[in-house]
Design a protein around this ligand. Sequence first.
Ligand SMILES: *Cc1c(COP(=O)(O)O)cnc(C)c1O
Length: 369
Amino acid sequence: MKTGFTTRAVHTGRGYVGTTGAVMPPVYLTSTFASGNPDGFDYTRSGNPNFRLLEETIAALEDAKFATCFASGVSAITAVVSSLKTGDVVLAEENIYGCTYRLFERVFAKFGVRAVYADLSRRANWRKIRELQPALVWLESPTNPLLKILDIAGISKLGAPVVVDNTFASPFLQRPLELGATISLSSTTKYINGHSDSLAGVVATNAPVWHERMVFAQKALGLQPGPFDAWLTTRGARTLALRMERHCANALAIAGWLEKQRGVRSVRYPFLKSHPQYRLARRQMSGGSGIITFELAGNAKAFCRKLKLFTLAESLGGVESLVCHPATMTHASVPRAVRERTGIKDGTVRLSVGIEDVADLIADLKQAL
Ligand SMILES: *Cc1c(COP(=O)(O)O)cnc(C)c1O
């Protein structure tokens, strides 16, 4: 019997309780395992019961045959890209996460893996897939911080292996493998764990060859998480559906409210009718998620500092609301000209809307405006 998303989130990943009857699994704080044990563990760099429980849980949520866990989202990206070779080309969406861009430009470029960037929300640019024959197409949808929506099914039909960074949507709202992608990758640090208390990353796939590469990378590159972080992430994932429902409802209400405020130039939220890819967002996601990007006419940094319930901080996806000023924080290292061309202005503000009472969040935004 195929159970629903939340049932799977609660009931998967609860093994290894031995003879104790413990309803939830313990944390296996051990570096090594006695040789010849029936579960086949040898050394925690290449496997630990807490990794397996997290991997089973993620596979169940992404509807994937396989999942592999890593120390962070960046470790998961490193694992995927490290399986390429000199001369390979990655065609990446131009508005990808800054640390992914940095990995391509400052690390993998040295090894002869070339990243080419294009605005993949424009169909005209899809021809680059035929022209470049990339080893991977790298997508993120929604993107950070502009919340562009990319057509995962459309791009996946073009033949090249597609990686989707699914961090902003989470598997509750969007399942890239069902849409035809080869890999769905997440920084679980954000929504999947959801409590801003641990870092980890996961790669989910149905392709045995990619699964083998990920298992190899976890062990050979030393990209494994700590057992306790894996345990925390598995625990967080159990309430993913409930949290996402609230994140989506709060964010939709706040986005609609912001659109009506004087002093707010424009609002980006995938489930607002004014979003340029609104219909695509409705087709491939079941909710708009919890991130809103908007542009203020006035001093954005001062506005951020005035907020009381939104903490001025990087990161997103936790139960608590955060605010970020991309131009001086997440995208400070991007030259101003490039930043403004891609739409990140000095007045751009990004909210990670938490699960608090929405009336309180709106009151806080109102006083800061
Ligand atoms: C945060 C983030 C990452 C990196 O994840 P870490 O867990 O911080 O290493 C990758 N992609 C996106 C979209 C992110 O938001």
